[in-house]
Design a protein around this ligand. Structure first.
Ligand SMILES: Nc1ncnc2c1ncn2[C@@H]1O[C@H](COP(=O)(O)OP(=O)(O)O)[C@@H](O)[C@H]1O
Ligand SMILES: [Mg+2]
Length: 446
């Protein structure tokens, strides 16, 4: 039995009949919407609040006056007041119609495998911009993952709320297309930003971008979600940066298979060499962020086709890279550049269990921003704590201490010989050559 007093929203609605109209009370709950004329009986109509449900809003003079829904292979219409409030409350949970009553398409901003993204304005307010991803139903059905993957993307995105993650507003569907209404980001992709900056971005910009991205990524990782396709095309830069395109995002401990996916040049070794017996996890996103950090600092791709006659995909698959500072970068000799280059190999560690987490990377970058010149020692200390089975909570606390600049005074000299030996497991053989060149010999992938 439903407990009607727990309804999130309630309103009276009417079904118009030829002789006599019929009144129902509409109750909205988290996962269903019911309409009933007698709460002691089974409700007359019941709509699931998930993406298997579509409703069509009925408008008169641009005002919502009712909605149509499918019921027993037919359609029913109810009329009522305050339905615009209902529309806001269930936004993104179910599909709406008709898109053109609410949005005007203006121009295409980008396109991908299954459709295009358009800039749009609200039909009743030409000053309100939105981005709408229009997805061809036939194309997505043929695509790997198909419609279930799209529904997964939408339900994941609607569960996220973070200043550095694109916000999902509503979802629409008609016979031919799905439409994902998102906040409009008035900026450009990092890809386009980087194309006009041959030698990379300044350290200040790089640190700001990385901090914001790491905030977003540790937020999704905490929620058990990984993005799986972090690359410059899926990051928009406006006043702040925002992570977009959750088309490949997944629950970390999930039921669906994890096929190989991502963008060549930004893929973690465990994804590119995926095998069914070995599941991967959110650490794959850190590897992509490492590839991105290198690109931001140098303007160069970590994996390129220059040295060998191979594609980026193969270079990425082989997992061989060199970390070289960009001699043309105006800040090439700065302390912060040095410290960021010390962090890089820890993000690009082949073995995901040795790769730093988003929270630790964030704490380290904050330290670099605060002029800490001992990032190497700091990371090693954290890794020692980790190897000595420090719990996650303690790990988090140490992060908090680091980010508040209150690193415990006990020096690394106080650490036992045994833990220093353990340390060597993690220590990168980073060789500094010619003041400006850091080369990291990297294990070849099997
Ligand atoms: N919310 C948005 N605001 C502005 N532009 C966007 C937005 N979302 C996407 N875009 C643009 O559309 C392009 C494709 O979007 P994306 O979600 O990455 O789709 P795809 O699955 O096709 O890669 C982006 O690279 C960007 O240029
Ligand atoms: Mg994309």
């Amino acid at each position: 039995m439903l407990s009607y007093e727990n309804a999130l929203f309630t309103v009276q609605v009417t079904r118009k009949h030829f002789f006599k109209d019929k009144n129902y009370s509409l109750y909205l709950f988290n996962d269903e919407l019911v309409m009933t004329d007698d709460i002691t009986k089974q409700p007359k109509y019941n709509l699931k609040m998930n993406l298997t449900t579509t409703i069509k809003w009925i408008l008169e003079e641009k005002r919502i006056v009712g909605f149509e829904f499918s019921y027993n292979n037919g359609y029913k219409i109810v009329y009522g007041q305050k339905l615009n409030l209902l529309k806001e409350m269930i936004a993104g949970k179910i599909f709406y119609q008709p898109i053109l009553s609410f949005y005007q398409f203006q121009m295409e901003m980008g396109s991908g495998m299954t459709g295009s993204v358009y800039r749009c304005v609200a039909a009743d307010n030409a000053n309100l911009y939105y981005a709408i991803k229009k997805i061809d139903k036939l194309k997505i059905a043929q695509h790997e993952g198909g419609i279930p993957q799209l529904v997964h993307e939408l339900s994941l995105l609607s569960s996220l709320s973070h200043p550095n993650i694109v916000k999902l507003k509503e979802t629409y569907a008609d016979n031919q297309y799905y439409y994902i209404i998102m906040e409009y980001i008035n900026g450009r992709t990092l890809y386009s930003e980087l194309s006009s900056r041959q030698y990379g971005l300044s350290i200040v910009e790089t640190i700001k971008i990385m901090r914001e991205l790491l905030e977003a990524v540790s937020y999704i990782h905490d929620k058990g979600v990984m993005h799986r396709d972090i690359n410059p095309l899926n990051i928009m830069k406006a006043d702040t940066v925002k992570l977009i395109d959750f088309g490949l995002a997944r629950k970390i401990k999930n039921q669906l298979n994890f096929p190989t996916s991502g963008t060549p040049g930004y893929m973690a070794p465990e994804i590119i060499n995926y095998n069914k017996d070995k599941q991967y996890d959110e650490k794959a996103d850190i590897y992509s962020l490492g590839c991105l950090l290198y690109k931001l600092l140098t303007g160069e791709n970590l994996f390129n086709t220059k040295s060998a006659k191979q594609t980026i995909y193969h270079a990425n698959k082989d997992g061989y890279f060199e970390l070289k500072k960009q001699p043309q970068h105006p800040e090439v000799n700065s302390v912060k550049m040095e410290q960021l280059f010390i962090l890089l190999p820890y993000m690009l560690e082949t073995d995901p269990s040795n790769r730093l987490s988003a929270k630790i990377c964030l704490a380290i970058i904050e330290e670099i921003d605060n002029n800490n010149q001992n990032v190497d020692r700091l990371i090693k200390k954290i890794l020692i704590r980790k190897s000595l089975n420090t719990t996650t909570i303690e790990e988090q606390r140490s992060c908090e201490r680091i980010s508040k600049g209150k690193i415990a005074k006990q020096s690394i000299d106080g650490i036992s010989k045994k833990s220093l030996d353990e340390l060597s497991i993690f220590t990168k053989k980073v060789m500094v050559q010619n003041q400006q060149k850091v080369i990291l010999p990297h294990k070849k992938q099997a």
